[in-house]
Design a protein around this ligand. Sequence first.
Ligand code: PLP
Length: 448
Amino acid sequence: MTLTGEEVAHLHEQYVLQPWAKQGAPATPIKRAEGIYFWDYDGNRYADMSSQMVCSNLGHQNKVVVEAIKRQADELCYIAPSFAVEPRGKLAKLLVDIAGADHFQRVFFTLGGSDSNENAIEIARFYTGRPKILSCYRSYHGSTLGSAFASGDWRRFAYEVGGAAPSFIHFLNPSVYEDGFDRTEEDEARCTRQYLRQLEEQIRYEGPETIAAVLMESIVGANGVLIPPKGYMEGVAKLCRDNGILLICDEVMAGFARSGKMFTWQNFDLVPDLITFAKGVTGATVPLGGVIASKEISAFFENHPLPCGLTYSGHPLACAAGVAATQYYLDNDICGHVKQLEGVLKPALEEFVQRHACVGEARCIGLFAALTLVTDKSTRELMAPYHTSNGRMPAIFAELKRRGFYTFGRESNLNVCPPLIITEDELREQLATLDDVLAWADRKFCNA
Ligand code: PLP
């Protein structure tokens, strides 16, 4: 028996515990999805301008990936991680080759982003014999216990009911615009110097010999696509190197062609020791994540048992989806396409800064973009000052959705992260809608 949209919504509202939300709130029932669009039960079409949770990178229902899942399901759905199975090995090799086989060697597979970070933390502690994990305040690394403790945004408070876990130390990372800097060469250099100096001091006070790893998003995603000032990431990598601290780059959101490179750290002059990934690896068709380990770390575990294990590590269905999706990025030069469309998205968003009273800053690399919304540009007064809810951002998201443009954002940020297969015409059409809604927000919320 097929349910109506109302019945689907009712079941969800009554029986599903909704993440990060008060329960019982209405949820739009969704019927189907294809390409950059999804449809509700009333036939309303939404352009998916966030790729859901920045994961449906290859659009919805990508036929190549769906077919690969079906083929694998017909042959072998599951076999324990200790057995060798074609898609698992193939995907590990593909990922190592993409990350750079001169530096990386092995992959531990997980089920998603949170547990990829969780396991990277365990690997780093075991390998170094040191307890502490340093991570950024402006960050999100997941919602399992360890990854939540490592996260910096306020969602981690939920986990600190019994007190914050020892050995998870936070440091402040730059948010150029909100910190009052401009994107000039001079200001970026000043910002980089200021933040690196603070981190260096913090490492000194914590004691380098107690720190296993610095865990960072290669570019902070959920907290507003915070493109770091020039030289910052390289500076952090150097501080790690100089102090024998591992660098873990969290590529869960930023990875898989989002920034125009397969991994976002590849935009910087650095090489991490561990890379965590999830989301885009299967284009969100099947849950999968993992940790790519350097040669040194991989070699270490030839003499020590790996302290990690999951029943579904390297699940064949997920790995088959992973091989098909990863190969799809490469065969279709998705990175090239993303770079080309960056040439449309970035100038359009920068123009919004000029034309709209409510747009304070635009940040864009590849198809990874966000706007910071303000009520007053001269003072940089944020649309929703940190950790407050005045209803303005939800109203803007609702107005966008009403007009068929779906996206999300945290605090005062509005993310624009469409599926990477979006065409130029589709992108321009959606930017026109965004333009209209920003004009509406100018009138409704801005002082000027
Ligand atoms: N790391 C980053 C950078 C993320 O953006 C997310 C989720 O958005 C996670 C980790 C957690 O991933 P998951 O929700 O798949 O557990």
